[in-house]
Write a protein that binds this ligand. Structure first.
Ligand code: AMP
Ligand code: ZN
Length: 139
């Protein structure tokens, strides 16, 4: 399904031109218009899925292989030292475009890019409780 008012549906399906580095029947991979680092790419499914939890089965099964393939090409072409894969789900997680996408961000040893968070710590026994809660929800 495509969503009429979704910019990534339009880009993924070629209705809006983009800097496309790869395309197949399920995905288009484009350059991010406001890159964290030059060569920053986005994997977009051609069908509309709001986020990871809505993503189609076939796309789910293929997206990581595609990320490996594109990031290998980025390493080869750009000579970067590393790549961050980033995939935001929900406003709280920083998602701003509500069509599933995966960021592939080339990184250099001396770049000044930060993807920071402040670290917390668990109280005695707390990690075990959190762990059990998540584990139970997976049944
Ligand atoms: P997120 O915050 O994970 O939802 O990321 C959305 C990303 O989409 C941002 O990095 C934007 O720079 C990028 N973006 C938004 N509009 C366009 C566009 N028209 N073409 C390419 N990238 C876009
Ligand atoms: Zn869409």
């Amino acid at each position: 399904m495509k969503k009429d008012d979704c910019i990534f549906c339009k880009i993924a399906n070629g209705e809006i031109p983009s800097a496309t580095v790869y395309e197949d029947e399920l995905f288009r991979v484009i350059l991010d218009i406001a890159p964290a680092v030059k060569g920053h790419a986005l994997i977009l499914p051609k069908e509309h899925y709001d986020n990871l939890w809505a993503l189609g089965k076939e796309e789910s099964e293929r997206v990581m292989n595609l990320a490996a393939k594109v990031s290998e090409a980025q390493k080869k072409a750009l000579g970067c030292d590393g790549i961050n894969l980033l995939q935001n789900n929900g406003v709280a997680a920083g998602q701003t475009v509500f069509h599933f996408h995966m960021h592939l961000i080339p990184r250099y040893d001396d770049d000044k890019v930060t993807i920071p968070w402040n670290t917390l710590s668990y109280a005695e026994g707390e990690a075990a409780k959190v762990c059990e809660t998540i584990k139970a929800a997976m049944q």
